[in-house]
Ligand binder design. Structure first.
Ligand code: UDP
Ligand code: MG
Length: 336
């Protein structure tokens, strides 16, 4: 009996990857063609580049690639929405056509030669294959240390993350379908995917340095990413503030007793420095507490608005795709 081959889509987010695409596209093409030729995946398998609002020639390059080889397809955002949004969009589009979806960064710092093993694992019934970096020596000391601190914090907050796993992974269609039911405004994929509970396995590899272009994650974006992860998965920071507040109140109560005793003994100290110190400390503490609560309130605010996570301007993968500008023009014509 002949079994039907699974269709694979390799999704790769691209933000200003003009210097990198000419190198990475042939590598991915080679991997996919080999898989097709060895009958591991169906011949309608694709490589889907998601252009996350690049300002350089990334989209033109994607279109040129597609003209030369129909293996390549593209999705283009109207502006830069961030890597997570690009991954969500790519996976959402891919799951309409594919049985297996692999996500990999366009700079190929993650090892594309693992892709055939990922596919083989999926054929054995595993739904999620995580690519895990066992050597991050190519990352800067700062990036490694902050990443370790982030995994440590998340672990202590009870969030089940796969340490040193980035966004290089294989998901089967049913995982992506389940994932699409998470309607969060800022989906923290590395936290959500392990939570879905499907059978998973890990493959280890050495992370390579970026060969061209620059990292799109400056410190500001890294902090935002870490905060998104922590705040979208845990209310522990609010609790921590509550406990700290309670401890400080307990301390203040003991202090009050001590002050009363001193007062009764007639040894009243007009301690300017201690008052000033506690004033600043409490003022700072209150601001932190309010800002943490504000973060959660702010997130609730953005969630309830239900704005789209991203807007797709062009989609060369889906044959019936209509750009939002086209539907807007039609709408204006029908107005009285
Ligand atoms: N990326 C994206 N949108 C962004 C930032 C990054 O689609 O706003 C893509 C980028 O093109 C790359 C991947 O996400 O394919 C990872 O980015 P990068 O390599 O710059 O991150 P790093 O490896 O330095 O953490
Ligand atoms: Mg990179």
């Amino acid at each position: 009996m002949q079994t039907t081959l699974p269709s694979l889509t390799i999704v790769s987010p691209c933000y200003n990857e003009e210097p990198m695409l000419p190198t990475s596209a042939p590598v991915l093409q080679n991997v996919l063609e080999r898989l097709i030729l060895s009958h591991q995946v169906a011949d309608d398998s694709k490589i889907l580049f998601v252009d996350d609002g690049s300002q350089d020639r990334t989209w033109q390059l994607i279109c040129e690639l597609q003209q030369h080889n129909p293996l390549f397809t593209g999705l283009r955002f109207t502006r830069n929405y961030g890597q997570e949004a690009a991954l969500m969009a790519g996976m959402q589009t891919a799951q309409r056509h594919a049985d297996l979806i692999i996500t990999i960064d366009a700079d190929l710092q993650d090892d594309p030669s693992l892709i055939p093993t990922m596919v083989a694992q999926a054929q054995r019934g595993v739904d999620i294959v995580y690519g895990v970096r066992n050597d991050r020596s190519s990352d800067s000391w700062f990036k490694r240390t902050t990443a370790n601190g982030f995994y440590w914090t998340m672990g202590n907050l009870g969030v089940n993350l796969v340490p040193n796993h980035s966004d290089f992974r294989l998901l089967t269609k049913r995982v992506v379908t389940a994932l699409m039911q998470c309607h969060e405004d800022k989906p923290f994929l590395r936290g959500i995917i392990p939570q879905l509970g499907f059978p998973s396995t890990k493959l280890y590899y050495k992370r390579q340095p970026r060969q061209a272009g620059v990292s799109k994650y400056p410190l500001r974006k890294m902090i935002r990413f870490a905060l998104d992860g922590i705040l979208s998965f845990s209310i522990a920071p609010i609790r921590a503030v509550l406990y700290a507040g309670m401890t400080i109140c307990g301390g203040a109560f003991l202090m009050l007793i001590w002050i009363m005793i001193q007062h009764l003994r007639g040894a009243v100290i007009t301690g300017w420095s201690s008052i000033m110190a506690s004033l600043w400390f409490l003022g700072g503490f209150q601001l932190i507490a309010i800002s943490i609560i504000g973060e959660y309130v702010g997130r609730t605010f953005t969630e309830v608005k239900h704005r789209p996570r991203y807007i797709v301007q062009a989609d060369t993968y889906s044959p019936n795709f209509q750009s939002p500008t086209v539907s807007l023009t039609i709408h204006q014509h029908t107005l009285p």
